[in-house]
Design a protein around this ligand. Structure first.
Ligand SMILES: *[C@@H]1O[C@H](CO)[C@@H](O)[C@H](O)[C@H]1NC(C)=O
Ligand SMILES: *[C@@H]1O[C@H](CO)[C@@H](O)[C@H](O)[C@H]1NC(C)=O
Ligand SMILES: *[C@@H]1O[C@H](CO)[C@@H](O)[C@H](O)[C@H]1NC(C)=O
Ligand SMILES: *[C@@H]1O[C@H](CO)[C@@H](O)[C@H](O)[C@H]1NC(C)=O
Ligand SMILES: *[C@@H]1O[C@H](CO)[C@@H](O)[C@H](O)[C@H]1NC(C)=O
Ligand SMILES: *[C@@H]1O[C@H](CO)[C@@H](O)[C@H](O)[C@H]1NC(C)=O
Ligand SMILES: *[C@@H]1O[C@H](CO)[C@@H](O)[C@H](O)[C@H]1NC(C)=O
Ligand SMILES: *[C@@H]1O[C@H](CO)[C@@H](O)[C@H](O)[C@H]1NC(C)=O
Length: 462
């Protein structure tokens, strides 16, 4: 049962409206970009009571979060779930970090702020695979509603030859977006762009309009002319934090769905959520909260865990842990796919031109495999494409092969030549990303303890 005193514990934000009732209209598990924006939209109706359970702390005002350039300070700290994969067989049995925001705002609080939509063909493929309403034309109109684009100034445009397409942006949404224009080095227009052009890579004047092949300026979720992060907390939550029908509880980790004892037409009905509250002493305490509607938005890694702990999932996984199967749903925790990212640095000869010592890559380059792979590598990839990776569906494999052949981009690069304190130059690939890996993996629980991490096996390069 929910008690008012229980509600105050672990909560940091005022709430008065729903005190009269013990049953919320909505409980949202996970206060990340999805959970918080949904909570804010749902609570626009003052008659709806909405509560958000966030496992991490609020992070509000922490410069590691508010300054985009400090984002990696959060990795491996309390603001990160600090997940790691199991040893990855196809990458030398190495264990890889899976950084995942554990703080209000979730990933949007600790990511590097890149603002880049998918390609038109990718959205259209989603609809053709059965996800009705996901085709580019439908999505493009909607996603622009969350954006407030701040175009670069006339001086920045003239100095750096910055380009953008007004039709590719929204101008009235809650999330600020800007080209990384402050303190851009002349290195980029003078050296980086000509180098890419010499490689035959044609500039793309704006990658956000459904076609992202080619080098372009890097668009970030930041306020104009600053490195201040714009994210779910600053854009959606803070402006309405005093709504009396919206309550956000931090340090409260949703652990499982509470099922109602009755089922309707054979369908299970949920009546609430069990969660763990962390007191200041760090001692966890389990509580429940009652709600008419439950939304799980704990990410691709945490949501399967909550479902499995609730008895929803693959009977084989559940029975091995002695969990009663409530809903037989083998897809839970399957088909895990993530974009691997790595970095690389090369020390250059002294005297090599550079972009200074405080500059991030301002140009990104997104390419099909043919943009970077050698003829020999391309031949080898043709061979690899003859065989479907084990856990990938036949239908997805067909679409992905088509896209690779059609030159839909597969790789993303961001590079820069940075100087150290002695003006020694380093060629830094800040981001090397495989944007559409074919490998599919799994994420499952191996314990009934909600505080144990899930077992993550993305089967990288598998
Ligand atoms: C909220 O409920 C009251 C009382 O039932 C009703 O008069 C009002 O129109 C409702 N408001 C909204 C926004 O639905
Ligand atoms: C910011 O991150 C650094 C590095 O992880 C850490 O030492 C520092 O305490 C953090 N600052 C805050 C306010 O959390
Ligand atoms: C500026 O960019 C446009 C579009 O990419 C290109 O056509 C033009 O040559 C560039 N101008 C300069 C001075 O680099
Ligand atoms: C731009 O550079 C100046 C001088 O180094 C520095 O004071 C300022 O903080 C920088 N601005 C941003 C947004 O990085
Ligand atoms: C919310 O209420 C607090 C305390 O009254 C106040 O300081 C704050 O400015 C309010 N926030 C908004 C966005 O209205
Ligand atoms: C760093 O070295 C480059 C290449 O020699 C030179 O152009 C630049 O002026 C140097 N910068 C500083 C701050 O010494
Ligand atoms: C490059 O310059 C740095 C700093 O001046 C110096 O320590 C280093 O020895 C030089 N390296 C080479 C290869 O000359
Ligand atoms: C669960 O998996 C992790 C990572 O593979 C392992 O360290 C741990 O011992 C496993 N726990 C159980 C109870 O099997």
């Amino acid at each position: 049962m929910l008690s008012f005193a229980g509600l105050l514990l672990g909560a940091i934000f005022p709430f008065a409206g729903a005190a009269a009732t013990n049953v919320y209209d909505y409980v949202i598990v996970g206060g990340g970009a999805t959970g918080l924006s949904l909570a804010v939209r749902l609570s626009e109706d003052p008659n709806r009571t909405v509560v958000v359970l966030e496992a991490g702390n609020s992070g509000i005002g922490n410069p590691n979060i508010t300054n985009l350039r400090l984002n990696s300070n959060n990795f491996g700290t309390a603001n990160d779930w600090q997940f790691v994969t199991v040893p990855q067989v196809d990458v030398g049995n190495r264990v890889q970090a899976q950084v995942q925001g554990k703080v209000l705002g979730g990933g949007s609080a600790i990511n590097s702020g890149m603002y880049l939509r998918g390609n038109k063909d990718e959205y259209d493929a989603l609809e053709r695979l059965g996800a009705k309403g996901w085709k580019w034309d439908s999505m493009f109109a909607v996603v622009k509603e969350s954006e407030h684009f701040h175009p670069p100034s006339q001086t920045e445009v003239e100095t750096f030859n910055m380009t953008w397409n007004p039709a590719a942006h929204g101008f009235a949404g809650p999330i600020s977006v800007a080209i990384q224009a402050v303190n851009v080095s002349h290195f980029f227009p003078e050296y980086a762009v000509p180098t890419l052009k010499a490689l035959g890579h044609e500039m793309n004047n704006d990658p956000n309009g459904g076609f992202h092949n080619g080098p372009s300026w890097d668009f970030l979720t930041s306020l104009a002319d600053s490195s201040t992060r714009s994210y779910a907390v600053s854009g959606y939550y803070l402006p309405v934090m005093n709504r009396t029908n919206l309550r956000v509880m931090t340090e409260s980790q949703g652990s499982k769905i509470v099922w109602s004892s009755s089922s309707t037409r054979g369908l299970m009905t949920a009546s609430g959520v069990e969660y763990v509250v962390f007191h200041e002493s760090g001692v966890p305490e389990t509580r429940t909260i009652d709600a008419k509607n439950i939304i799980l938005s704990g990410s691709a890694l945490n949501t399967p865990k909550i479902l499995e702990l609730s008895g929803v999932g693959d009977p084989e996984v559940l029975s091995s842990l002695g969990i009663d199967v409530v809903v037989d749903l083998p897809g839970v925790g399957a088909n895990l796919c993530n974009q691997p990212i790595t970095t690389a640095s090369y020390l250059l000869k002294n005297g090599t031109v550079n972009a200074g010592n405080a500059i991030r890559s301002a140009i990104i380059d997104i390419q099909p495999f043919s943009g970077y792979l050698s003829g020999e590598d391309l031949k080898r990839s043709e061979e690899l494409l003859q065989t479907k990776p084990d856990l990938l569906s036949e239908a997805q494999f067909k679409f992905m092969k088509e896209q690779i052949k059609a030159g839909v981009p597969q790789m993303e690069f961001a590079w820069n030549v940075a100087a150290d304190a002695n003006n020694v130059s380093t060629l830094r690939f800040d981001r090397l990303i495989l944007v559409k890996p074919l490998s599919r993996g799994t994420v499952h629980i191996n314990s009934t303890d909600p505080l144990e991490p899930p077992v993550i096996d993305p089967k990288l390069a598998g």
